[in-house]
Design a protein around this ligand. Structure first.
Ligand SMILES: Nc1ncnc2c1ncn2[C@@H]1O[C@H](COP(=O)(O)OP(=O)(O)OP(=O)(O)O)[C@@H](O)[C@H]1O
Ligand SMILES: [Mg+2]
Length: 455
């Protein structure tokens, strides 16, 4: 870490001198303190790392350590102790020291510790900046709309965010904002600085999904050559978002239910109970009640998840929000594409408001994106929204079933290939052409073993 500042605290000038000298040689900035009170006051001026002697004239090192940690828990401290004082080293580590070093010390060893500590500080800071940047777009205000149903959803999500509720179920049609809602809950909660982990239950085969979620012990099965921490464990303190929960197989449903009830689980092949504190948000675009009736989904898990449920309304049930959403995306794509489009003509806006939006906000966003890419002037009109002129009936009659029948798999494969070719293998764009989401097209690319042709 170039230019890092290290605070050296020791009451013996000679020891301070040798540490400071070496630190400067290695390119660090240094600050010195001979007493505990000096140390605490220098720390407040901002330092990256503290080398802290245990024996100080006005207090002991552990007291200083505590004060430093109270001011800034991210400051790393290396405690220097006489090698006869094993108890001190242990106490220091328990109180949050990064490491300890025995006196008399070897300067090379200290420098290695310093380097390692500063790497850790750097990483912690990076994570904090990235998390904050990630959280920004997911405030409650990121849910656009002023209709009554969406206002109710926004209020409910905020309430859930700050509540201690440990499970939440999000339902709603594809593209209605379940992913967005999950992030709003997470980032408006006290868990915001902890991980948000996301997995799509339909994207992985059963055994893989199990070990992704719960992890596995070394040797749990062939190929498991090392211990793996699962998503749930890695998300400790944060949120796990289980997308498309309706696709989870019954065996895993049972394991998930046990986890939700006991707040602990075992890794695959493990016997130890692992306790974690995570909020589980599950989402589905199917009716779980229907799946329960058909015997595909466990009733007990359904009830456990359904305690707190949020239904994202389809866009056609809140048509009043269409103009606001369209203008929202016009602003976004104006910035992204460096265009200066003022908006949508009144007749086009009326048609867009009447349009059924089966793909909900995702479809709307994609429609605006495409329109803005094509538009030459400074206003969008019906001409820029082809779906306003091609009706669904044209589509269904155009694809009538021939008398001899068809091979549905082959047709599906061919349509996926055409969409990928037309979009230059941009999966998001190809998915839009087919009315799918990214996971759904990825699933098909894998199923049909499609590969982007090398140029
Ligand atoms: N109310 C809203 N305001 C602004 N943007 C929204 C809103 N609802 C959804 N979006 C945006 O629409 C797109 C689709 O939403 P999202 O991915 O959350 O849908 P989903 O319900 O998870 O869909 P699927 O079931 O297909 O996974 C995203 O770009 C999201 O940011
Ligand atoms: Mg989703």
């Amino acid at each position: 870490m170039p230019n890092a500042t290290v605070l050296v605290v020791d009451d013996e000038p000679l020891i301070r001198w040798s540490l400071v000298n070496r630190l400067k040689e290695d390119g660090y900035r240094t600050v010195e303190a001979g007493t505990a009170s000096e140390a605490v006051s220098h720390h407040r001026d901002g330092v990256d790392l503290v080398l802290l002697d245990y024996h100080l004239p006005d207090a002991n090192g552990l007291q200083v350590l505590k004060q430093i940690k109270d001011t800034d828990p991210d400051t790393l401290v290396i405690v220097l102790t006489a090698n006869t004082e094993v108890g001190v080293a242990v106490e220091a580590m328990k109180s949050g020291a990064f490491h300890y070093a025995n006196k008399p010390f070897d300067l090379d060893e200290i420098m290695l510790l310093v380097e390692k500590a500063l790497e850790t500080t750097q990483l912690r800071r990076e994570v904090r900046v990235l998390r904050a940047r990630q959280a920004q777009p997911y405030g409650p205000g990121s849910i656009v709309g002023q209709s009554e149903p969406i206002k109710a959803v926004r209020a409910l999500l905020e309430k859930i965010g700050v509540s201690p509720a440990s499970t939440v179920l999000l339902t709603g049609e594809s593209g209605s904002g379940k992913d967005l809602a999950a992030k709003v809950i997470h980032y408006s909660s006290a868990r915001a600085s902890k991980p948000f982990m996301n997995i799509t239950c339909s994207a992985l085969p059963e055994t893989l999904l199990e070990s992704e979620l719960f992890g596995h012990e070394r040797g749990a099965y062939t190929g498991a050559d090392r211990l793996k921490h699962g998503l749930i464990e890695s998300a400790d303190g944060g949120t796990v978002f289980l997308d498309e929960i309706g696709e989870m197989v019954p065996l895993l449903q049972a394991k998930l239910l046990r986890f939700l009830e006991e707040k602990s689980f075992k890794r695959v092949g493990g016997s130890q109970d692992i306790k974690v504190d995570v909020r589980v948000i599950a989402s589905t675009n199917r009716s779980l009640q229907e799946e329960v009736k058909k015997g595909h989904f466990r009733e007990d898990l359904f009830y456990r998840l359904n305690v707190l449920s949020v239904v994202l309304p389809p866009l056609r049930e809140r048509r009043g929000d269409v103009p606001m959403l369209i203008n929202h995306y016009v602003d976004i794509f104006n910035t992204e594409f460096r265009k200066k489009i003022r908006g949508v003509s009144p007749t086009a806006m009326a048609a867009l408001q009447a349009y059924p939006w089966r793909g909900n906000v995702r479809e709307l966003r994609n429609a605006v994106e495409r329109a803005m890419l094509l538009a030459e002037g400074n206003e969008l009109t019906e001409l820029h929204f082809p779906m306003l002129t091609v009706s669904d009936t044209d589509l269904s009659t155009g694809m009538g079933l021939p008398p001899e029948g068809i091979n549905l798999e082959a047709l599906e494969r061919s349509l996926v290939v055409q969409a990928l070719e037309r979009s230059g293998w941009n999966q998001t764009k190809a998915a839009t052409l087919l009315g799918l989401n990214r996971d759904q097209i990825r699933y098909r690319i894998e199923k049909f073993e499609l590969h982007k042709p090398t140029a």
